[in-house]
Design a protein around this ligand. Sequence first.
Ligand code: FES
Length: 112
Amino acid sequence: MSTWIDVSALDAIPRRGARVVKTALGCVAVFRTAEDSVHALDNRCPHKGGPLAEGIVHGASVTCPLHNWVFSLETGLAQGADEGRVATYPARVEGGRVLLDAAFLRGRVAAE
Ligand code: FES
């Protein structure tokens, strides 16, 4: 069963930007696209640990600020010739608030 936890106001996240939210279960980078969809991913680039929340959001992708690898915000997969995957978590917007699925975050903490 999903337990959705409220982590932020949608308006606290800039369009085509991100915000790192600290939950009781760990930190997650929440991205907002130009179309106001939200995606939650680990903030750590699988290449060399770059802070993805400081990357550039374009379409449904983010470019890592360190070496410009591009990751899909929807699947977490590296795009183009690069290989790797960022963990993604279910996220949704309801009434102007961003909600994350606590069950998935718990799984993440257990895996670390
Ligand atoms: S650390 Fe992200 S591309 Fe190298």
